[in-house]
Design a binder for this molecule. Structure first.
Ligand code: HGY
Ligand code: MN
Ligand code: MN
Length: 415
């Protein structure tokens, strides 16, 4: 089977998708279910239909583009990723896995390959936590990791519920219907940029993921006492922002002193109320994103942070409440998927690195219901979630080629 990836077309499609953005180029902002995102989703669906795939959407907006196999009743082999993008992001995070997966399918079609098992390209809904505060909402529901009831309680920053938002996106039906029946997928493979510097440092163009780190996130609210910036003397203050500052440094310290470099903690959002130059902050909202490859170590650091929070609260006479948004276990990638990826790399003499994914992905949740693997390509300087995120066209094409061969291997041919 001679497979050819159309590198030029794949790269131009990545550029075309990046145009659907609410930010000035080269930045990409594409928050799920915004008008821009809906246009991008429609554009991707057209590309899938052009390839002769049968497209459906589920009630949360996961898109399934299916190349029916000779045995339609057999479990499918899935691939895909996401197209939503956080504010001020780049054009490759997620897009490489969706458009690279589509080109892998087209290359298989052009080669005359006929799959026995159907191959399904997925565009997961709301992989990024930007809108609803929790990442991978679509794959959590699809895998049954999050209940429809819990999802229905989520709201965006404007207070709109998931149901209100998805109805505006013309997605009707019950969230209960998103969960896939067991055995729906024989295997699942996601192509993604590394979002770290290791492949580039190792001068290696492919990474086969061994495991995906365990993410957790919390919303922290700090309540002090407001007041006049001139009239309230320092000993009388209960400044919520100063308490937040001390807590943020305690969080950084807890991660740095966990005993392993694999523990990472980030306070990415800090909302200050009332946010006036001459008014003492009475309320602060923080978000905490904390991850580790080791679940026990991650949870230990979370307990250290909780103790630190309590001591700051009593010392500064402010209240500090934490709301756990998610705390997920890590995932091990399936040997049969890693083996298919490695066989393809060896066949072409492509060097590869076996590595951990420090970013989370929809694959983390698909791994709860199917043998799952991930294939990484380098991104320049390891940059991601920023406008200068960049993946070279030849690296993207090489990833799509290995993906295509692995998909073919995982879904036995019908010849
Ligand atoms: O945050 C992550 O790891 C992913 O890029 N959403
Ligand atoms: Mn991302
Ligand atoms: Mn991603």
């Amino acid at each position: 089977m001679k497979l050819e990836i159309d590198q030029q077309r794949l790269n131009s499609e990545i550029e075309a998708l990046a145009v659907f953005s609410d930010a000035e180029p080269p930045a990409v902002t594409r928050v799920v279910f915004t008008p821009t995102d809906l246009k991008a989703r429609a554009w991707v669906i057209s590309r899938c239909e052009e390839a002769g795939l049968t497209v459906r959407q589920d009630t949360i907006g996961n898109i399934f583009a299916r190349w029916s196999g000779a045995d339609p009743a057999a479990p499918a082999v899935g691939t895909g990723s996401h197209i939503d993008a956080i504010p001020n992001a780049g054009k490759y995070d997620g897009a490489v896995g969706v458009l690279g997966g589509l080109e892998a399918i087209r290359a298989l079609q052009r080669s005359g390959f006929r799959p026995k098992n159907s191959i399904e390209l997925l565009v997961f809904a709301t992989e990024e936590p930007t809108r609803f505060g929790i990442g991978c909402l679509g794959s959590r529901l699809l895998s049954g990791t999050l209940s429809a009831e819990a999802a229905a309680k989520l709201r965006d920053r404007d207070g709109e519920s998931v149901d209100e938002v998805r109805k505006k996106a013309a997605l009707s039906g019950n969230l209960q219907d998103v969960k896939l029946a067991g055995g729906h997928y024989k295997a699942f493979v996601e192509l993604h940029i590394e979002q770290g510097p290791l492949l580039e440092r190792a001068r290696t163009s492919l990474g086969i993921v061994k495991s995906i780190a365990a993410p957790a996130s919390l919303r922290i609210s700090i309540e002090g006492a407001g007041g006049h910036a001139g009239g309230v003397l320092m000993p009388d203050r209960k400044d919520a922002l100063c308490a937040a500052a001390e807590l943020i440094l305690a969080i950084e310290n807890a991660a740095r002193l966990s005993g392993a470099v694999d523990t990472v903690a980030t306070v990415g959002v800090c909302d200050v109320f009332p946010g006036a130059v001459n008014s003492i902050p009475s309320r602060v909202g923080l978000t905490l994103d904390i991850r580790d490859t080791d679940l026990v170590r991650r949870d230990g650091v979370m307990q250290t942070i909780e103790r630190g929070s309590q001591s700051i609260s009593s010392k500064r006479h402010v209240s500090i409440q934490s709301e756990l948004l998610n705390a997920d276990a890590p995932a091990d990638c399936a040997p049969e998927v890693r083996g298919a990826l490695a066989d393809s790399c060896r066949k072409h003499g492509f060097a590869f690195l076996e590595m951990v994914s420090r970013a989370y992905h929809d694959s983390l949740f698909v791994s709860r219901i199917a043998p799952t693997g991930m294939l990484f390509i380098p991104c320049r300087n390891g940059y991601s979630h920023r406008p200068d995120e960049y993946a070279a066209p030849e690296d993207i094409a090489r990833g799509a080629l290995v993906l295509a061969e692995s998909l073919a291997k995982l879904c036995s041919s019908s010849q």
